[in-house]
Design a protein around this ligand. Structure first.
Ligand code: ADP
Ligand code: MG
Length: 313
């Protein structure tokens, strides 16, 4: 059985490939650009497929990535291929509002959010929610398009400027959750279990991508970040919300995810981002005994072991 990895960002693959090599796990790189058509009459190759596509692919020049990936995943599933983070999980990855609705459906608390389909509605939505508000793209990642607006003046400036657009044209206006300390918690889940939780400082802005490549590019923009523990692992993190996360993932066929939460000043947990395409920060892992890429590689190997070839339709 072969493992095919559908991906688009080379940089994020490096630590994953290293972990797979270390354990001698065979895999095939399946770069999204190599797939130039899908003919649904043709069966996909036999194998286990892992979707590593990112909702921020448009920032790296791939404007049709959302639909293209949807076509590929549905095609694989039509032929009963085993897909890790397959079609239903991808629909939540590229659509934050759907993600929130699915979280609410699983009994998880999310910040109040209004999706707006026309710029005129941004002001109405902000008035309903009350300042400060967070504006974010319905499809995005790495903090792209995320802004906090504190008052009506900032809001009208934002509306006039009409900055970057979500690839689907949909903006979300969201309740801002103030926390007593400037950090969020990201819970890394693989195969239904928590690997660890990581505390991420929010003092340097909204791109909280833990990948080593993202963290080092941030260090170039802000030299001070090099001296700062931006990511730190919380050993033995416990919360009543973890059980809900497991249920949410199971219901939506999500096997690998980094789930982000913020704790409000009155101690309430708000979950606001689920990253099926998740990355791990090696600096934070140092001296903790954790190696999430290795846990991931072991999980992928177990999937290869479980998979049985099914006859083509
Ligand atoms: N409702 C919110 N309240 C407070 N901070 C928020 C809220 N939403 C987002 N943020 C901050 O912005 C960052 C990026 O937002 P997020 O929804 O995770 O977008 P992305 O998918 O681009 O990572 C978060 O990690 C958090 O620090
Ligand atoms: Mg996020």
């Amino acid at each position: 059985m072969k493992l095919f990895i559908l991906y688009e960002n080379e940089e994020w693959m490096l630590p994953i490939r290293a972990a797979l090599h270390k354990l001698d796990i065979p895999y095939i790189d399946w770069h999204i650009d190599e797939i130039t058509y899908i003919d649904y009459d043709t069966p996909p190759p036999q194998g286990v497929f892992w979707n590593r596509m990112s909702p921020s692919s448009h920032l790296r020049g791939r404007s049709n990535f959302a639909q293209k990936t949807s076509h590929i995943l549905r095609w694989l599933e039509l032929y009963d291929r085993q897909v890790i983070n397959g079609y239903s999980s991808w629909q939540l990855e590229i659509n934050k509002m759907q993600q929130y609705l699915a979280l609410i459906d699983a009994g998880i608390n999310v910040p109040r959010t209004i999706s707006v389909f026309s710029p005129e509605e941004i002001t109405n939505a902000a008035m309903k929610i009350g300042f400060p508000v967070i504006i974010k793209h319905n499809c995005g990642g790495r903090g792209e398009g995320v802004e906090k607006l504190d008052n009506a003046k900032e809001l009208s400036h934002f509306v006039e400027q009409r900055r970057s657009q979500s690839p689907d044209g949909i903006l979300l206006v969201q309740e801002y959750i103030a926390s007593s300390e400037p950090y969020i918690i990201r819970v890394e889940m693989i195969g239904g279990s928590m690997v660890y939780a990581v505390k991420v400082s929010t003092e340097l802005g909204y791109n909280l991508c833990p990948a080593d490549s993202c963290a080092s590019s941030l260090a170039q923009i802000c030299p001070a970040s090099g001296n700062m523990e931006r990511f730190s692992i919380l050993s033995g993190f416990q919360s009543h919300v973890l059980k809900r996360y497991q249920e949410f993932m199971q219901r939506n066929n999500i096997e690998i995810a980094g789930i982000e939460m913020v704790i409000s000043r009155d101690g309430e947990i708000y979950t606001y981002d689920v990253n099926m395409n998740t990355n791990y920060n090696s600096q934070a892992e140092q001296n903790t005994g954790h190696n999430a890429n290795e846990t991931l590689a072991l999980f992928l190997r177990s999937k290869l072991g479980d998979a049985h070839s099914l006859p083509d339709l």
